[in-house]
Write a protein that binds this ligand. Sequence first.
Ligand code: NAD
Length: 323
Amino acid sequence: MPMSDRVLVTGGAGFIGSNVADRLLHAGHSVVVFDNFDPYYDPAQKRRNVGRALESPSYRLIEGDVRDRASLASAFESAAPDVVVHLAARAGVRASVEDPLSYLEVNELGGLFVLEESRIRGGLPIVYASTSSVYGGGSVPPFREDDPATTPLSPYAASKRSAELMVHAYHHLHRIPVAVARFFTVYGPRGRPDMAMYSFTRDILAGRPIRLHGETTERDFTYVDDIVDGVLGAMDWVKRTRGHDTFNLGRSEPVRVRRLIELLSRELGVEAKVVMGELGASEVVRTAANVEKAHSAFGYRPRVSLEEGVRRWVEWSRTSPAA
Ligand code: NAD
């Protein structure tokens, strides 16, 4: 890897994207973020995410929408990236049931436009964000990348799987180097307000009961720094090999959601109230990552235990105006 890359990060004002951008800056790279400050959750939180980075001379923010080909093309033109980290998306499983069209447009069409920009520029390497949600009803945990993943349970999962298939076609036809990274339930500083870690924290602090969707539900909670490590590892891999492959990025230590509530409650020093609800039809009972492939390709090794991660999360949420 050269001393310094120019990296275009789509969705770089969001939770994972802003953590990726900060780490890239810290490692001496220059970063251009492309983000439309989508109102899926409060855009003010995203403004705060980018606040510090904007002070760096190696950082630039371009506001634009991946569905708008012209604005995406001009961002690629002016960023002239060596590599792209494509994170811009509509995320959130349950919300996709209500608004499938946005998921199709942003995740599939927007994703196609990113591939097109890479093709036009001779095959810019891409790290392409996908999700553990592609392992749907028919997949048996711990999930491996060679699972056919043909049974998505939500429009979100279907849109991401479909985007992965388009990536395959583009690599096959145009030799575009792409590392597809399937993230598993990411949490940590700047976390998304619609995700469990965030909403449980708010409920516990407000003395509101937490609705637990299924007593046996398990998630492979993964601390955001471990995801950022994986994204940077995948970036090196895709530049080095100019290949195409798919990698799970997760902690590989699924825990019951019930256990997460206990840890959060202990760390916050407030007792949690829980009411039982049903697991929604769009959600799987258990997620668990097999990460051997990412380990052998680029040495991926998640480091942050759930106990440590919850401690760091609570510390951050105490100082964050949004939490
Ligand atoms: P996020 O919503 O915080 O970040 C997504 C960013 O993309 C936001 O800043 C948003 O403004 C931007 N965006 C949305 N629509 C856009 C558009 N049309 N044009 C340009 N920018 C747009 O979510 P996140 O959790 O940081 O997720 C980042 C990526 O990781 C997504 O691709 C998501 O599907 C994937 N992912 C996340 C998780 C998780 O647990 N957080 C798990 C699996 C996969």
